[in-house]
Design a protein around this ligand. Structure first.
Ligand code: NDP
Length: 448
């Protein structure tokens, strides 16, 4: 994947200079630019309107102090972020990540990706992302609540239902969203759908919990069918064991596949008989323990320390659902050598540029994150609609809408890959389709 267009190369250089020490952000920009060459050649009007210069610069970046007190009365300070990246097609929308690796660079890469992903969903929302370097692991419920309340005590100034609507991401599920929502309501004295991923008793949407994982499998199923394949009888690897991974495993299994491995940030489990998902849910969702507990119940399954090893297990389909850059060139080469035919991304940017090159040069079906994991934010959009309407749709209704959205996303990727001369390159199709809509809206709204 090499960029040849001089304008794009020059803009990439300027973006690197302006954002030093931000490798993931630059990686995300570079990857989009590699897909945009044919668009730039056909649409000089977008270049003249300065759309690309503006699209790589967030509209607003907010950094703030988050003080909180642990159960022993000891004070701590974390750093909070909210990047409001692009509001051309609607209010900023994007999750909050709580993980020690969070910094401005990570939040910017996620916000940039989010802008194009949301555009693909066809829903009227913009791109944003937030988070903190707070580590939720090992913290008590009370400490989590203290942190979330402190985080929202600053964040509430910058968000509202028509401006910026955060959601969950790594380390933020219904519990954390609940604590943040409660604090927002208390400070603002208003009940609005300012966060999505809420609990079902207070404005959350049915099927939101399942949406990213299910959506990933809906997208992957479309991609498989378009190429004369299906999930039926396939061996699948799913990395991670969080929200996305669990529901990807569930839907892939429903489609007739056998998921044989899952992981967390310490290691991975391999169960040749197929993952017992009820047990994984009990360990991760209820007990909040480590994935290695699995082998104390299923003694014939294996546990291995380290995350990378999961990609050495022979499979037909790999669904990375943990974190960025979890598949590097070496792991991608092993996947190919072992016969893997499909990689479809539940996590954001889980494949390094070298890994993507390996998929494309070996003819793998590659479902890029922007398209393949868009089901989560799409269903967040549906949660916002239900909150505005003061209505709750049934699980079936939300799931059906999600399914329809994922089918139309695949169609957009497929059609754009063909239209711009890269048939079968669904990453290029996703980048192009996502970009064109945002770029048109930015051009129409003038140089703002
Ligand atoms: P969770 O916090 O629920 O789960 C994350 C999982 O990934 C956990 O198993 C975690 O292990 C593992 N993980 C996290 N960081 C690392 C790391 N550095 N190395 C190895 N494993 C790691 O998060 P989600 O499931 O919500 O998110 C997973 C991915 O999906 C992220 O990339 C996120 O941005 C993306 N995504 C999420 C959406 C959503 O709706 N939730 C929507 C679209 C994309 P451990 O428990 O040990 O930390």
């Amino acid at each position: 994947m090499a960029i040849k267009n001089e304008y794009l190369l020059d803009l990439l250089e300027r973006t690197k200079k302006r954002n030093p020490g931000e490798p993931e952000f630059i990686q995300a920009v570079t990857e989009v630019f590699t897909s945009l060459e044919p668009v730039i050649e056909q649409r000089p009007d977008l270049v003249e309107a300065g759309v690309l210069e503006r699209i790589v610069e967030p509209e607003r970046q907010i950094i703030f102090r988050v003080p909180w007190v642990d159960d022993n009365g000891k004070p701590h300070v974390n750093r909070g972020f909210r990047v409001q990246f692009n509001s051309a097609i609607g209010p900023y929308k994007g999750g909050i990540r709580l993980h020690p690796s969070v910094n401005l660079n990570i939040i910017k890469f996620l916000g940039f990706e989010q802008t194009f992903k949301i555009s693909l969903t066809t829903l009227p929302m913009g791109g944003g992302k937030g988070g903190s370097d707070f580590d939720p692991k090992g913290k008590s419920d009370n400490e989590i609540m203290n942190f979330c309340q402190s985080f929202m005590t600053e964040l509430y100034r910058h968000i509202c239902a028509d401006l910026d609507v955060p959601a969950g991401d790594i380390g933020v599920g219904a519990r954390e969203v609940g604590y943040m929502f409660g604090q927002y309501k208390r400070i603002k004295n208003e009940w609005v759908g300012v966060l999505t991923g809420k609990g079902l008793t207070y404005g959350g949407s049915l099927a939101r919990k399942q949406a990213t994982g299910y959506g990933l499998c809906y997208f992957t199923n479309e991609m498989l069918q378009a190429n004369g394949m299906s999930f039926e009888g396939k061996t699948v690897l799913v990395s991670g064991s969080g929200n996305v991974a669990i529901y990807a495993c569930e839907k892939a299994t429903e489609y007739g596949a056998k998921v044989v491995a899952m992981s967390d940030s310490n290691g991975y489990i391999y169960d040749k008989n197929g993952i017992d998902l009820d047990l994984v849910k009990q360990i991760k969702e209820v007990e909040r323990k480590r994935i290695k507990e699995y082998v104390s119940v299923h003694t014939d399954a294996e546990y291995h320390e380290g995350c990378k090893g999961i990609w050495t297990i022979p499979c037909d389909i790999a669904l990375p659902c943990a974190t960025q850059n979890e598949i590097d060139g070496e792991s991608a080469a092993i996947l190919v050598k072992n016969g893997c035919k499909v990689v479809s991304e539940g996590a954001n940017m889980p494949s390094t540029p070298e890994a993507i090159d390996t998929y494309l040069s070996n003819g793998l079906l590659y479902g890029h994150a922007k398209a393949a994991n868009a089901g989560g934010v799409a269903t967040s959009g549906l949660e916002m609609s239900q909150n505005s309407l003061r209505l709750s749709w049934s699980f079936e209704e939300v799931d059906q809408r999600l399914h329809g959205i994922m089918k139309s996303i695949f169609k957009a990727c497929d059609e754009n890959s063909k239209k711009y001369g890269m048939p079968g390159n669904y990453m290029a199709g996703a980048n192009i389709a996502g970009f064109i809509k945002v770029a048109e809206a930015m051009k129409a709204q003038g140089n703002v």
